[in-house]
Ligand binder design. Structure first.
Ligand code: DHB
Length: 307
């Protein structure tokens, strides 16, 4: 890594050694796997979305590989109280920011979880209002409508002072209006994007969809152009930091995401493609790119693709 390049960055007053953040849902169910992600080079880590009560999620198979991506229909599985306990352990043992992702079935659930998180004190909290896999049970995601999204934000902000990121779905006609609404309601940052779709893969031998829930959210390189466009659009309409997530696989992808307007980048599905070295590879590649192109700090890249 170049001595001239400083990869550290800051998100809502929280310092990261580098801008890669383990995205929610990968390696993120236990304190020990979150810790491992930091040892492997993540600048921060996000726990798999926590809910109020234990949920099994959908039955197997919940993941399948597609061209340039991954479909998953995990179904918001969570351990309930045990997940909050795991978060406490993670905060004690991990020497890097830990982000608490969480979801609710109702607006009040988000408030109740925010109240509990306020006592546990993760570095940042991230409201998942955009899971594509539970429509049958939960109805349309809160992130699909500006007024529902802003109600959730107000409920959370009434119960917690921890900086709040809101994870948006790209599966809407106008993500700018949702981003504006959540920022106006008090969100301290936006995470964009959650998985796309849902999508489907059919096994032609059995003539049946592969996933147990038939369809699942699409992640990985296939969605990167959508993620870049969403972050670019959101950057134009809000003043809060953005965690840019979706298909980041190389250091150049990370640079592109920062240029679109992200302050830091979420990393997840790449772990399937490049393995456990993904964080190191991405940060080394980003560092070389910055060095070769005369950028000394991460923030020198943020938003520079805008006129
Ligand atoms: C799940 C949640 C998500 O937010 C997502 O993008 C994909 C899957 C889930 O737990 O089903």
């Amino acid at each position: 890594m170049s001595a001239k390049v400083d990869l550290s960055c800051e998100v809502c007053g929280v310092e990261l050694a580098n801008p890669t953040i383990l995205a929610s849902g990968f390696l993120g169910v236990t304190a020990s796997t979150l810790k491992r992600a930091v040892e492997l080079g993540a600048g921060a880590v996000t726990i798999k979305s926590i809910g109020l009560e234990r949920r099994e999620g959908h039955k197997e198979p919940v993941v399948c590989e597609v061209q340039s991506g991954l479909l998953n229909c995990v179904g918001l599985s969570t351990q309930g109280q045990e997940a909050f306990d795991e978060l406490k352990v993670a905060l004690k043992e991990i020497d890097a920011p830990v982000i608490a992702s969480f979801y609710g079935k109702t607006t009040e659930d988000y408030g109740e979880i925010a109240r509990r998180l306020e006592e546990i004190k993760p570095s940042l909290i991230e409201a998942n209002i955009s899971c594509p896999n539970v429509k049958d049970e939960f109805g349309l995601p809160f992130g699909a409508k500006a007024d529902a999204a802003s109600q959730v934000v107000k409920e959370i902000k009434g119960n917690s002072k921890i900086p709040l990121f809101v994870k948006l779905t790209p599966n809407v006609p106008d993500i700018k209006s949702i981003a504006k609404a959540v920022a106006e309601a008090g969100a301290d940052g936006i995470t964009a994007i959650n998985s796309v779709g849902p999508g489907m893969k059919i096994n032609v031998e059995s003539a049946k969809p592969i996933l147990s829930n038939n369809s699942g959210g699409l992640s990985g390189p296939a969605i990167k152009p959508i993620a870049i466009r969403c972050v670019y659009d959101i950057f134009d309409v809000v003043d809060v930091p953005i965690i840019g997530t979706g298909g980041i696989t190389t250091g150049l992808d990370a640079a592109e995401m920062l240029m679109a307007g992200a302050t830091a980048v979420g990393v997840g599905t790449v772990l399937m493609y490049r393995g456990l070295d993904s964080f190191k590879l991405i940060t080394e590649e980003l560092s070389s790119f910055m060095d070769e192109n005369g950028y000394s700090k991460v923030k020198d890249l943020v938003g520079i693709a805008h006129g």
